[in-house]
Design a protein around this ligand. Structure first.
Ligand code: TRP
Ligand code: SF4
Length: 400
């Protein structure tokens, strides 16, 4: 299996803004150097909410991929692809759907929340209910151990774990599994074999999670096991079943609350964003028209930075001396708001410069971007096909 594999996706529903950059993409760029990463455009997920206005999806796909590359996602290191070009996701979704209890999907907190929040759309659809199941298929088909997501997505990773566990429980039985596992356990050698079997018993009889952790650690440390034996024993440890689908962990992205132009979190739905690749004049205009401390009506009125959205952006973009200058100058009415905003403008433009440069390469040569994605789709599809072959076999569908 691929405990190191990282997988994450984003829905193509518009241009990305600096909130995406600070909250998600910087993290992806970090991860791509540490693990094998798969990043994909979740266009089918976008359809669950945009099935009546699909144009925005097509318009956003390439733009979003360009934004990723602009942020520094490196196609030499990470595999970039589009969900709908790996139709195996849909196949796994269908197969998993057969045994997934409706209640699991109805209880996902985002389900009722989103229906409530997006009242202008009719989300009482089969596809929308299945959103987390499609996401589970996305993750499980790559047997990814790590899924970087924001807090709102944690319930989706949680249900993915349950779906994997249920799948392995239903279809992970193999003839002769018990005997094979016993044989493999012997290869651990002497004391370790006994320790492993004891930990397994402790876990299965008392459900003690420490025993599971210790058992896993023991398997990971053991030099004498082949990959296949380790996998077999992992299944044996967790419940006498073969691990066909891997339970992923959410890699919680350190909560970055990127402030928007009005002091609320930056979000398209608040209309307070700066796009990752926004032109200079527009950045200047947006920051210059930002609201400031409402008590500072005249230039001569002292202000209070903690009541000002501009101050929040200084926390992201300014160094300590500049922040000192802001606090001093604002509270003593020594500086004006326009003056105060300039370092923020400079900071944003400085951050955007390398992004614009990286993106330019792909704007000049769109075929280059297509080739990167073609290649990524091929790689992803290869990995997905391998899992599907095993899934079909395990389910007894190997006859086709
Ligand atoms: N639901 C995710 C979001 O809205 C997007 C997504 C789809 C995803 N499939 C995924 C994220 C698989 C991680 C893994 O942000
Ligand atoms: Fe805000 Fe700066 Fe004006 Fe103070 S001086 S109110 S921190 S913009």
């Amino acid at each position: 299996m691929f405990p190191d594999r990282v997988l994450s996706g984003m829905r193509p529903t518009g241009a990305l803004h600096l909130g995406h950059y600070h909250g998600v993409l910087k993290n992806w760029v970090q991860l791509q150097g540490e693990f094998p990463c798969f990043f994909f455009v979740a266009d089918w997920h976008a359809l669950t909410t945009h099935y009546e206005s699909t144009e925005v999806i097509g318009e956003s796909v390439w733009e979003m991929l360009t934004d990723w590359l602009a942020a520094g996602v490196d196609p030499q290191q990470a595999t970039l692809f589009i969900q709908s070009r790996v139709p195996e996701h849909a196949e796994l979704f269908t197969l998993l759907a057969m045994g997934t209890p409706l209640g699991w999907l109805e209880r996902v907190p985002t389900y009722k929340d989103q229906i409530e929040k997006l009242k202008d759309k009719d989300l009482a659809t089969y596809g929308f209910l299945g959103y987390p199941l499609l996401q589970a298929a996305d993750i499980l088909i790559y047997r990814a151990g790590r899924v970087p997501v924001g807090e709102d997505q944690v319930p989706h990773v949680e249900i993915t774990r349950e779906i994997a566990r249920r799948f392995n429980y239903l279809y992970g039985r193999q003839p002769g599994f018990e005997e094979k596992a016993q044989e493999a356990a012997k290869k651990l050698g002497g004391k370790r074999t006994k320790a492993f079997l004891d930990l397994r018993r402790a876990y299965q009889e008392q459900g003690a999670p420490e025993s599971l952790d210790e058992g896993r650690a023991l398997l990971e440390q053991s030099q004498s096991l082949s990959g296949a034996d380790r996998e077999l024993l992992l299944g044996y440890l967790t419940g006498s079943r073969k691990t066909i689908l891997v339970e992923p962990q959410a890699l919680l992205t350190a909560a970055s609350r990127m402030p928007g132009l009005d002091g609320q979190k930056m979000s398209k739905s608040y209309g307070n964003t700066i796009r990752m690749r926004e032109d200079k004049a527009s950045v200047e205009k947006k920051v210059r028209t930002m609201p400031t401390d409402p008590a500072r009506v005249r230039r001569t009125d002292p202000g209070e930075p903690t009541r000002c959205p501009v101050w929040q952006l200084h926390q992201v973009y300014s160094d300590e001396p500049t922040r000192e200058w802001v606090q001093q100058g604002c509270r003593s009415a020594g500086i004006g708001c326009i003056e105060c905003k300039q370092p923020v403008i400079d900071g944003i433009l400085r951050e955007q410069q390398p992004m614009l440069e990286r993106a330019q390469k792909y704007m000049d040569d769109p075929a280059l971007l297509r080739a990167i994605v073609d290649d990524g789709c091929d790689k992803a599809r290869q990995a997905a096909r391998e899992t599907m072959a095993e899934v079909r076999d395990a389910m007894g569908l190997g006859y086709r």
